[in-house]
Write a protein that binds this ligand. Structure first.
Ligand code: NDP
Length: 295
């Protein structure tokens, strides 16, 4: 048996087209495009690539993109001042501060300084709280993208056993809350979980957000399960070519023999994250304009 591949690129392209149309409607109604501001502090190479691709995707969706770069030595006050300025800027509907921040900057303080209505990453405590109690807010992009893939595969998720491995604030916890809101029976696993294999084996839906290459082998997976691999890990090519390659937290080669459907790495969850960021920006723009969340 070989699992169906969940094509994140195709789903992301469809979502981006939908968001571009919603953005165009917003522009027509309000006489300005929705705007996303991205703040990059320092010179981290991976962060620079992410920020550039977010800016490009924002422009491709017909929205306005503002990139603000601060030097690696920027002070907490300088970062907070910039966030305060962006909060007050009417052309800015979404603010994203690229993480990680340099060690002298308090990440939590910066995230909490963002206007929750412009917090398109959904990391602000108000948005985390809204998700926890089932109120409308802005939802973190990666788990929302995973949920969209699952809904596209299953329709209703009600009653399914879902296991989320990883409990970070940006992926694991919001993922579990989203699945609970879909009436799944949810288990959260983490580094202190006893007998992870037995827990994973229960899952009709398995979401791995661990950050450990190939940590979950196919032998642990329930036959027919839907497997969402959030992990992005760079490893040396086992074939010994001296190059590196990206792998997920799931051992894809063995999992694909057992699962019913699985996301590849790359090309699974990753493309959804940026598409949902654009979607969140249009949602934020519409809500701020009192138009309701049509994106
Ligand atoms: P964190 O490091 O913040 O969290 C990792 C979680 O995995 C923790 O809860 C940790 O448990 C748990 N964990 C670690 N080791 C084990 C283990 N051996 N068994 C079970 N659980 C374990 O990572 P993130 O949530 O930020 O990211 C997870 C992965 O997803 C990374 O590979 C990251 O690169 C990727 N990612 C991908 C995105 C995308 O767009 N595709 C977006 C965001 C992240 P504990 O809490 O006990 O320490």
């Amino acid at each position: 048996m070989s699992a169906d591949l969940i094509d994140g690129k195709a789903h992301a392209a469809a979502l981006r087209a939908q968001v571009a149309a919603a953005g165009a409607r917003f522009n027509a109604e309000r006489g300005r495009p929705a705007g996303l501001a991205v703040v990059l502090v320092g010179e981290d190479a991976a962060s620079r690539v992410y920020v550039a691709s977010k800016a490009r995707a924002t422009l491709e969706a017909g929205m306005q993109s503002f990139t603000h770069r601060l030097p690696a030595g920027a002070t907490q006050e300088e970062v907070l001042e910039l966030v305060v300025r962006l909060n007050a800027d009417e052309a800015v509907d979404g603010i994203l501060v690229q993480l990680p921040l340099p060690p002298q900057i308090d990440e939590t303080a910066v995230i909490c300084a963002i206007d929750p209505d412009k917090d398109v990453d959904g990391f602000h405590v108000n948005n985390a709280g809204r998700l926890a109690v089932g109120q409308d807010g802005l939802v973190p992009c990666t788990p929302l993208g995973c949920l969209m893939l699952l809904r596209a595969r299953h329709g209703s998720l009600a009653g399914l056993r879902a296991v989320v491995v990883g409990r970070s604030n940006i992926v694991g916890k919001p993922m579990a809350r989203l699945l609970l809101a879909q009436d799944c029976t949810v288990t959260m696993a983490h580094s202190r979980t006893r007998d992870l294999q037995a827990v994973v084996r229960e899952a009709d839906i398995l979401v791995a957000a661990i950050g450990r290459p190939l940590a979950i082998p196919g032998a642990w997976i329930k036959p027919g399960a839907t497997v969402i691999d959030v992990g992005i890990n760079r490893i040396e090519d086992p074939a010994g070519s001296g190059k590196t390659r990206l792998v997920g937290d799931i051992d894809f080669d063995s999992a694909v023999q057992v699962a019913g459907a699985i996301t590849p790495v790359p090309g699974g969850v990753g493309p959804m994250t940026i598409a949902v960021l654009l979607r969140n920006t249009v949602v934020a723009a519409r809500r701020r304009a009192g138009l309701g969340a049509d994106a």
